[in-house]
Design a protein around this ligand. Sequence first.
Ligand code: ADP
Length: 537
Amino acid sequence: MRYFSIILFIIFSNFQVVAGLNYIQSDTVNQNLSDKAKLSFFTGISHEFRTPLTLIQSPLETLIKKQSENSETKNVYELMLSNTNKLKNLINQILDLRKLDDNELQINIQNLDVVKYVNDLINSFEHYCNKYNCNLYYNSNYSSAYISFDFQKFEIMLSNLISNAFKYNVDNGDIIITLVITDKIMKIEVKDTGIGIPDEAQNEIFNRYSRLTEYYDYREGSGIGLAYVKEMAELLNGSLSLESKHHQGSVFSLNFNIGYAKIVNEKPCSLQIKSNNAVKNIDYINNTTNDKEHTLLLVDDNEELINYMHSIFINNYNILIAKNGNEAIQIAESEIPDLIISDVMMPEMDGFELCTLLKNNRITNHIPVILLSAKNNNKAIIDGYNTGADDYISKPFNSDILELKVQNLLILKEKLRNKFSFNIDTEKTIYKNSDQEFINNCIEIINKNIQNPAFTAIKLSDELNLTQRTFYRKIKALTNKTPGDFVKSYKMEFAALLLKKQNLKIYEVASEVGYEDVVSFSNTFKKYHGELPSKFN
Ligand code: ADP
């Protein structure tokens, strides 16, 4: 849905130009018009989208046929095609509603086996079970029953209810679809164990373009689906009803007078599609080889967008994936990636909260974060920077620009860490506060132990309460030095200062910085400063 809104937005933006509306900048549209007004304007020109969409869809289908199995390009084309289809479905629904308003909508009756029809439709949702980690159950009181009905509209209605049941469900939730046919009536129920709808909002959701963004704003959508289902149900002499409890789940029921049903097989039937858990897919990606210089962590609950970003970066970076904020924190702490790109709209913990947590965590606060968001108004951008984000990119994004931003942030970090020096006597700092604080903390611990020959970088990581690996990655990211070099360099700087400013003998200075053996001290000193300690006296 999110990706589809990206394409929607691309096409919408292009149309401002085509339709001679280029004086309406997308920013202004976003900011000045309410969602409702924006979409009703959109309704007016929806039919203009059909031809260009067909001209995207057909060549894409041709291109897909030409690609060999499993090629990277084929995956990208398939992503484009599936989102073009989503966009087409949405536009068809908008146009149907428009025709309904103008009394021009036609009803197309077919006589088909409704049990099988619903069964086939449900099977087409199999990939949703993995994507949303939910189980799907279907029960019908008969195994085969023929009815005369507008199956085209029925399919769109039912698809809307089922995709909402996934979209507004919880992790590891259930969706139960029950079809009951009697002589005169067909009733189909779509029940979910999801987030439910508060009492006070239960009427509102059937209005066109109405969305409950104040309760859960990370799921993108258009607010067309339920209005379509309700209005079409009424057109087909039926009704749509809802029973729901906030935080417990919802049941949407469609009831139709069908006049007559020809029952072919009276036995009840059922179908189950269990999720085989999308995590597998993510693990697979996270296990790829670590042969590139920099590692990126991509955070998004939308698998399609993750796959797309993965395809952009995989050739030049090691890639880690997290599908929500909690996972991102865990991976960031254990792997210490060089940069994090996170979506803003995610369930449980949004990108703003994630960024705030990362920037307030001493292990991860040095890692640059880029936030990606569909919201491109000034307030959203300012909110993003206020969380400490290093960059904010609005969707739809240009992949070249995203790549360049990543490159630039990494180069900036690289320059900074290559400039690292202890500046023992000048106190000059090139770091932001949290990074300087970390380095100061390390120096304080080294200072306390500086005369102890048994003090090592391992002891330093212990004192900081960090694993050796975490400390290695953190100090390397900040200073481009290994922990051992970091400790040694500090000692050598301190030794030079002592030699210059205090009237100490070389063996005394060696002992001051934890060297029992003067020769070894002198050698290390020469390697570091290029001169023997005697030159500094
Ligand atoms: P969309 O999903 O594109 O926002 P819909 O018209 O399908 O539009 O739904 C309208 C609103 O009703 C949704 O934005 C959501 O807030 C709420 N809603 C729909 N289905 C469910 C559901 N199964 N559980 C909880 N909320 C739902």
